[in-house]
Design a protein around this ligand. Structure first.
Ligand code: GLP
Length: 242
């Protein structure tokens, strides 16, 4: 694992944007795995700016998002689909046909999940997967459990995740109970992984992720087994390690 310490959230975002830009510049038909949450927002802003300046071209890029809430239509402002449109896709020259986000409204969850993994394989696999990390060590919506779930699947959200994400909703009671998420195998098959982490409240979980036992109780700990992971984190997020 490579760890890049940045002096601020802005530097973390810019460093991540640099890595994604380099990927897209070197391979115009790159397949990017993307994440929601507050952490990658600055990276998206930077990429939008460079796209507007003509420095990075997304016209041939394909994207797959990590996850989506079950029961929220794509036009619901709290859906991850709406988040991605507002924060990124509406502002860059990506082909909408190349954007993939699990369909949280499907009545055939199993087909949706197997189809999602199949589409990733057919696209040639994910070149770079961007990840944030939840307070309990979840990545995507892979919650702590007794095993690492391999493929894209339906998941019941933990109470702590609902609490953490309640800030985007009208309180915890309105946070959906379930989500569709890429599995740990789906994520681990990405050729390169970039994990973004900022803030002191993530310091302990980041330490366990990087140096703790590889245990499904800390889902992100499995990243220790991937051969190309870059952690980009600010000082407060790395404060439990130093
Ligand atoms: C959600 C998302 C994750 C994200 C996490 C942390 O649960 N499903 O992909 O990493 O939140 O979000 P934040 O970056 O806002 O702390």
């Amino acid at each position: 694992m490579k760890i890049i310490k940045t002096e601020s959230y802005n530097k973390m975002s810019r460093t991540a944007a640099n890595i994604l830009s380099a990927q897209v510049i070197l391979k115009s038909k790159s397949v990017l795995g993307l994440a929601t949450g507050s952490t990658p927002v600055g990276m998206y802003k930077q990429l939008i700016e460079w796209n507007r300046k003509g420095d990075v071209d997304f016209s041939a890029v394909t994207t797959f998002n990590l996850d989506e809430y079950v029961g929220l239509p794509a036009n619901d402002s709290n859906s991850y689909s709406a988040f991605m449109q507002n924060m990124f896709f509406n502002h860059i020259n990506i082909n909408p046909d190349n954007v993939h986000i699990p369909n949280g409204m499907t009545e055939r969850v199993d087909e949706e999940c197997t189809g999602y993994d199949r589409q990733i394989v057919e696209a040639g696999g994910i070149d770079i997967q961007v990840l944030g990390i939840g307070h309990n060590g979840h990545i995507g919506f892979n919650e702590p459990g007794v095993c690492f779930m391999r493929d894209t699947h339906l998941v019941e959200l933990s109470e702590s995740t609902k609490e953490a994400n309640a800030r985007f909703f009208n309180g915890k009671a309105t946070v959906p109970s379930c989500a569709i998420t890429m599995g740990m195998g789906t994520i681990m098959r990405a050729k390169k992984i970039v994990l973004l982490c900022c803030g002191k409240e993530k310091a302990e979980i980041l330490k366990k992720t990087i140096y703790g036992d590889i245990d499904p109780i800390i889902p992100a700990s499995v990243l220790q087994l991937h051969s190309d992971v870059t952690v980009i984190a600010d000082g407060p997020a790395l404060s439990a390690i130093e």
